[in-house]
Design a protein around this ligand. Structure first.
Ligand SMILES: Cc1cc2nc3c(=O)[nH]c(=O)nc-3n(C[C@H](O)[C@H](O)[C@H](O)COP(=O)(O)O)c2cc1C
Length: 153
């Protein structure tokens, strides 16, 4: 299945996690493009069947637990029709010491819900990606479950 992994990052962890995710999807036989979110990303979603969003949580305009604006804006630029027939999943990186752990995931889920989209697997929330080598395995395990569902679709 043709997939796109769309990520935003400030200090690099989400780029690393998104790369692991993308490689795992490829290893499971899917055709994957890995892109950093920007205003042209919407056009690249047109010809894929699956979209994975990956974002850290940060403070945006004084509100914590927010996705990076460039990731949020990709969804905001899309309509329910743009998502028709697409399988969507979300991966979030955060830090449990903040009040809204991986709040970005909840915000992105809300934006998708407004467009009639429910992620096909439970969203992944990862605490301090670089703090434990286990986190790479968590991404691989989650991606394997996602890849398997995509393969059955
Ligand atoms: C200023 C600042 C605000 C943050 N706010 C949150 C937050 O609200 N919730 C959360 O779970 N993590 C929060 N984090 C943690 C980051 O989401 C986490 O370090 C993430 O792995 C960074 O990903 P990146 O390296 O891809 O930018 C914050 C980190 C910083 C430095």
């Amino acid at each position: 299945m043709k997939c796109i992994v769309i990520y935003g990052t400030l200090s690099g962890s989400t780029m690393t996690a998104a790369t692991v995710l993308s490689e795992s999807l490829k290893n499971a036989g899917h055709e994957v493009s890995l892109v950093m979110a920007d205003p042209s990303t919407k056009d690249q979603i047109k010809d894929v069947q699956s979209v994975v969003f990956a974002s850290p949580s940060w403070e945006d305009n004084g509100v914590d637990g927010q996705p990076l604006p460039e990731v949020r804006q990709v969804i905001e630029s899309m309509t329910a029709e743009n998502f028709t027939g697409k399988k969507v999943a979300i991966c979030g990186l955060g830090d449990v010491s903040y009040p809204h752990f991986c709040g970005a995931v909840d915000v992105l889920e809300g934006l998708l819900k407004d467009r009639g989209v429910t992620p096909i697997v439970e969203s992944l929330k990862i605490d301090r990606y670089y703090s434990s080598a286990d986190n790479e395995q968590k991404v691989k395990t989650w991606t394997a479950a996602l890849a398997s569902i995509l393969s059955q679709s």
